[in-house]
Design a protein around this ligand. Sequence first.
Ligand code: NOJ
Length: 588
Amino acid sequence: MTLNNTHDDWWKQAVVYQIYPRSFRDVNGDGLGDVAGITAQMGYIKELGVDALWLSPFYPSELADGGYDVIDYRNVDPRLGTLDDFDTMVTAAHDAGLKIIVDIVPNHTSNMHPWFQAALAAAPGSPERDRYIFRHGEGEHGELPPNDWQSLFGGPAWEAVGDGEWYLHLFTKEQPDLNWKNNDVHEDFKRTLRFWSDRGVDGFRIDVAHGLAKDLDSRPLKELERWTVANDQSITGEHPLWDRPEVHDIYREWNRVFNEYDPPRFAVAEAWVVPEHQHLYASEQELGQVFNFEFAKADWFADEFRTAILEGLSSADESKSTTTWVMSNHDVCRHASRYGLPQVRTNGYHILANDWLLRSGETYPEDRELGARRARAAILMELGLPGSVYVYQGEELGLPEVPNIPWDRLEDPVAFNTDHGGAQKGRDGCRVPLPWRAADMPRAAAWDPAFGTGASFGFSDAKPDGSAADNPHLPQPLWYADFAADTEDADDASMLNLYRRALHWRQNHLTPTGDLSLAWLDDDVLDPGESDVIAYARPVADGDGGRFACIVNFGPTPVELPHGDIVLRSTPFDGYSLPVDAAIWMRI
Ligand code: NOJ
């Protein structure tokens, strides 16, 4: 019996599979993943047992920031396909019972966007410039930046345009920030939301959702220097750039657009704000949902995950929505590697794991077996919880981060611009094209530093004229063979088959439509005092009675289990004690 995905609020407990299109599957052989590649893999996604797909940007872009520099919000990058390909993909997804979420990037455009090109051609003070954030420079002729802000990707956050004016870019200089006090900006984004909704898109992921409303006018720019661009999280609403109260007016306006549709559309906010503010973005009058990144930040300690769970559920209570759980995405080091790295309570900020390699100058300190074991336990912990789960492409294969991409193959602007006490190689290690087939590649030892050339683990098909495909846009290490989808499909004990089992069980037994509040958590599963253990129980929703329990052992010794029937184990074991770094699902 499938209970999920039939109601208007399907998204409140959906499992959403994130696709980074340029690295998912390439059917035209140019080394870049494409929209037709997503259609080609729809059977795989369906079989996995998720409810929806979220597509990172596939819009025309110069790729200054992996597609988050958008030239045209209502089109498909010709290298990735056409609008017809998009429509075909949406139909295939809907036929498979899957919903589609697309990324909206409203904080900034590409510098190649026609609006920005018009702004450059127009005079200071013109309506064209007013769509962005232009200000006069300091110094006699405006030759100095308006203040000392540094962009999040390194270097000054202001760029001069040669006539005494500078424009603000919180990210790369190819991503000028939009001015959300300008009405054209409001109207154009509503048009974009309707454009994709009319094409059958079911929801949106909002990039940098906490950054749109800015206040650069009520105080002199020089005075604002005490606030940095770095995501300073403030609860007071005083920060000129982040999490300002006015941002919520924008989402109330968008909510009215969502409600023009049946079923109403929804959005999930990427908002790096204090936990106390998350619920504001997720309210019923605004977007509906917000990313809770606390799992992505937690190191492998029970207390960090326990806090993340409790805060996530209470924030959901406040917003009257559901929370979300995220371990990996295209911006963070893959969690199979994070959990295999030394656990030093970094609050997640070994986000760029490859730092370790560069800074220590030692052997890369990743224990891949340990990372995989913990990743298996973590997915059971995550999928047992009420709320939505966002799964990043390749995590179902247990893919580790690729830490040693050569510098001359890196694409992430972080690699070129930052210097946070040591060069950072950036986020490409989690964006390497997926391995679909092991067969046509040479085998390699787990730590062989070699990269493949020629065949691409089934990522690229031959070109339409039959000639060989170009190399994948980021190089794949030869050890990818061990993680290829076909290898894992054939191995009953693989990560892929664990994900499939857990997702199907969740879909059929754990997705009621009723109350999803904190009251769901029972703490009587184990004796109190098991501080290295996370254990929770909730009703089973299949009408067969009993309670579902999930128990995860973070501690140094095995843990005695309660009586009940075993549903799923993260790792095989005998007897009735749960081993270290393992999780179990039970019916108790
Ligand atoms: C968040 C996106 O996830 C990230 O990939 C991007 O670089 C920034 N926003 C800027 O758009």
